[in-house]
Design a binder for this molecule. Structure first.
Ligand code: CS2
Ligand code: MG
Length: 402
């Protein structure tokens, strides 16, 4: 079998998506998500100007060799742009291999290790009341796990909370908008928020929260400690993860489980946190961590240290990434949870997929391959439009972590 063509499809059905399609001489093709929120065109160029010319003529069955060729062969290893490009190639090649084997992808990954995949959804509101209302709606929809994000009293607009009644989409303007942040107001409010959620909805619903890289280690230690009575499923990205040593301080002070890794793109980014058991869930996922091939390596390494998977699944990861992730989730031994921030109908209209939601769980479907695809004729209706993620400043104007 040979790769005879490959193309990048960029579309914007409510937000930008980048999809790689690899076509073989035997009529099979595979697709992979190549979306990097706010930097989409960099990945498009990486694929079109460098990767695709190197793929033509290669045997698509040699997934590992092509992965190593694109990783070791670039010299400038790692980084979100290159690894997202490699991820898209890897995902498309696994799709082709499963189609050639005439089976759903999870069968190639070792078969299923569970009957269904627990997902968590997002609930957010501008204030406590509207947030509680959204948590109630998620529970009514059958979700067993809900991520709770709320507007903070005295802070205009914050991460994870839609500014209008539409779905939350952070990449909301051509150039970055500017959010304001107050750690003090956040730390005073967050424990009250979760106290209210537990009071209203009880102990059985899994609650998750995304700090989104905004605290210092001692602040994160305080938050983790103050959230202990509400036994969160996880506290996510408490601090930026460049200094991984700093997680030791958080760990020393709190038993609130920690999840990190959605911005990681290599197993080397994860190593210190996993081997020192400084986290409980690794958030790397198919589209940004080099595809299924590397995600399998990360999960196997994590399993040695009691760390479970918790794949990222925001709307800026396309249904193709979700489909591939769900096949991975179905099979991986140390599965933890899968994020599912529902795509809008407009976004869904461009893609087909075989995964199904039932009562708080997903199954990947039995279609051959990963079961997802893009409809190029519909994609054409939604041309690319630059959209950047916001930046974040403290109340004194200091540029802070978004
Ligand atoms: C968030 C993401 O879902 C999450 O955990 O961290 O929504 C993140 O903000 C976006 O993926 C950034 O593009
Ligand atoms: Mg996150």
């Amino acid at each position: 079998m040979k790769i005879i063509d490959a193309k990048v499809i960029v579309c914007s059905p409510g937000r930008n998506f980048v999809t790689l399609k690899i076509i073989t001489d035997e009529g099979l093709y595979g697709v992979g998500d190549a979306t990097l929120n706010g930097r989409e065109k960099a990945v498009v160029s990486y694929l079109e100007d460098y990767v695709i010319p190197m793929l033509i003529g290669r045997d698509p069955q040699r997934i590992e060799d092509i992965w190593q060729y694109l990783y070791r062969g670039v010299y400038w290893r790692r980084g979100p742009i290159g690894m997202t490009a490699i991820a898209a190639v890897d995902t498309a090649l696994w799709d082709i291999k499963a189609k050639a084997a005439n089976m759903p992808l999870y069968q190639l990954l070792g078969g299923r290790s569970r009957d269904k995949i627990m997902v968590y959804t997002h609930a957010n509101g501008l204030d406590l009341g509207s947030t509680l209302e959204q948590v109630g709606k998620a529970i009514d929809q059958g979700y067993k796990a809900v991520r709770v994000q709320s507007g903070i009293p005295g802070v205009a607009g914050t991460y994870g909370v839609s500014k209008n009644n539409k779905k939350y989409e952070p990449a909301d303007s051509d150039l970055p908008t500017e959010d304001t942040w107050s750690t003090e107001k956040y730390l005073n409010y967050a424990p009250k928020l979760f106290a209210e959620v537990r009071k209203q909805f009880g102990d059985d619903i899994h609650l998750l929260h995304d700090v989104h890289h905004r605290l210092t280690p001692i602040e994160a230690a305080r938050l983790g400690k103050e959230l202990e009575p509400y036994h969160l499923f996880w506290m996510e990205d408490p601090v930026p993860a460049e200094n991984q040593e700093s997680f030791k301080l958080i760990r020393h002070h709190t038993t609130t489980p920690i999840a990190v890794g959605e911005v990681f793109n290599s197993i080397h980014d994860c190593r210190e946190l996993i081997q020192n058991q400084l986290i409980d869930y690794i958030r790397t996922t198919v589209v940004h961590a080099g595809g299924i091939s590397q995600l399998k390596r990360i999960a196997d390494f994590a399993s040695l240290f009691h760390v479970k998977t918790g794949c990222h699944g925001a709307t800026d990861l396309s249904p193709i990434c979700m489909a591939a992730a769900l096949h991975f989730d179905y099979s991986v031994a140390n599965f933890g949870i899968q994020e599912h921030m529902a795509h809008s109908e407009k976004m869904e209209s461009v893609f087909t997929r075989d995964y199904r939601y039932v009562d708080g769980y997903f199954t990947p479907g039995e279609a051959i391959g990963h079961g997802a695809d893009i409809d190029e004729s519909i994609a054409k209706k939604y041309p690319y439009k630059r959209a950047c993620l916001p930046v974040n400043r403290l109340e004194d104007g200091t540029l802070w972590n978004w």
